[in-house]
Ligand binder design. Structure first.
Ligand code: PLP
Length: 405
């Protein structure tokens, strides 16, 4: 029999958050080993349950959720999203500009698939949430990574962006708040990106899925609120801010300069129609979530569980020899650096796998986020303080052995 090969479209596609190291962890679990998982931002499995109102409302609405809906989504949740965009000062959004998806993930892939021809370039941050890079590659495009500068609190390096714009650049991805760095961009930085997008006619894809997961009373500005003459696609959803990853409820909003995007929008509509609609129970959840105040605020406020866990993880990690880390201002992650003089790592996936096998702690290596050197890893600070302390203690023991090699 002939071997069945995966399609060549997947040749450059990579998504290491659920990659080979996770497979190894699953195998260890099957053998009965207990692993502390600091690898995925899946709130519900760490006892961050969804707001009760959402669950109750979904249950009540199950009878009404058995049919297909409009491809872009039902009217009421789209109306709630429209109201949300008004709160975020994004102007001129109509119901027709809103697409509901099975999580933001589906819409990220759809947004790229509808846009890119072979060789078209998209500027993606490094480090990034790797679905963005993967979606560009899968769509036949070329991801071009612009650097976020650790020494400047992980802000996008505007000069690097300028250097990397070519006649083939179609779009720029802005992940704010950022996964994996936890950075939150001030309006001045966003404005510079908007200016470049205007000058070079780039579409801005704004991933704002953590826009309510903010610490230290920080405020989030939607980049799409800063201009009417640039085309923005803003992505958001319930997964993180409403602790409902499993409900697969996300949305995408088109705003700004839509007049020249008729053909692209036709493409998006076609892709939305082809998958018929997103799951209807998730759509009901959106309507309830955005209608009330039951968000993540109490958890991220000073003294709230997430805020305490962030503070603890940051304090413990930065106390380790050769480990430095920008303190996250938002989201669920931090992205510590290992001093290469002390830890001369060649292959960071191997490094993370050794940590897993020796200490039963699961992290994701920096290269999994398209980071340029094998000297970072991402920590998800969702486990409770006891588990975090245990996990970071094990990381400390592993690093100590590593230094002695
Ligand atoms: N965007 C970012 C930055 C994320 O971190 C994630 C998930 O971790 C997603 C998008 C995917 O969101 P969803 O669950 O809505 O598909």
């Amino acid at each position: 029999m002939r071997q069945i090969q995966k399609s060549q479209k997947l040749a450059d596609v990579c998504y290491d958050i659920r990659g080979p190291v996770l497979e190894k962890a699953k195998q260890m679990e099957e053998e009965g080993q207990k692993i502390i998982k600091l690898n995925i931002g899946n709130l519900a499995v760490f006892n961050f349950g969804p707001p009760d109102e959402i669950v109750q409302d979904m249950i009540l609405n199950m009878q009404n959720a058995a049919g297909y809906t409009d491809s872009k989504g039902m009217f009421a949740p789209r109306k709630a999203i429209m109201h949300y965009t008004q709160e975020k000062k994004i102007r001129g959004v109509t119901i027709e500009d809103i697409y509901i998806g099975n999580g933001a993930s589906e819409l990220i892939v759809m947004g790229m698939n509808a846009l890119l021809n072979t060789g078209d370039e998209v500027l993606v941050p490094a480090p990034d949430y790797p679905l963005w890079t993967a979606a560009v590659s899968l769509s036949g495009g070329k991801p071009v990574h612009y650097v976020c500068d650790e020494s400047a609190d992980w802000m996008p390096d505007i000069e690097d962006i300028k250097r990397k714009i070519t006649p083939k650049t179609k779009a720029i991805v802005v992940i704010n708040p950022n996964n994996p760095t936890g950075a939150l961009y001030p309006v001045e930085v966003l404005q510079q990106i908007v200016d470049l997008a205007r000058e070079h006619q780039l579409i801005v894809f704004a991933d704002e899925i953590y826009d309510k997961t903010l610490y230290d009373d920080a405020e989030h500005v939607s980049i799409a609120s800063l201009a009417d003459d640039v085309l923005f696609l803003t992505l958001n959803g319930l997964s993180k801010n409403y602790r409902s990853c499993g409900y697969r409820a996300g949305w995408m909003v088109i705003s700004g300069e839509k007049r020249y995007a008729k053909d692209y929008i036709e493409g998006l509509n076609m892709l939305a129609s082809m998958r018929l609609c997103s799951n209807a129970p998730g759509q009901f959840a959106i309507q309830t979530a955005l209608g009330g105040y039951q968000s993540i605020k109490d958890l991220v406020a000073p003294g709230g569980r997430l805020c305490k866990q962030r503070d603890l993880a940051h304090r413990l990690l930065t106390a380790l020899p050769g480990v430095s880390c920008v303190k996250p201002k938002a989201a669920l992650y931090m992205f510590p650096k290992l001093d290469p003089e002390i830890y001369p790592i060649k292959d960071d996936q191997e490094f993370i796998q050794e940590l897993l096998v020796e200490q039963r702690v699961l992290l994701v290596q920096g290269s999994g986020f398209n980071w340029i050197a094998p000297d970072h890893f991402r920590v998800v600070f969702l486990p409770n303080t006891d588990d975090l302390t245990d996990a970071i203690g094990r990381i400390a023991a592993f690093l100590e052995n590593y230094r002695r090699r």
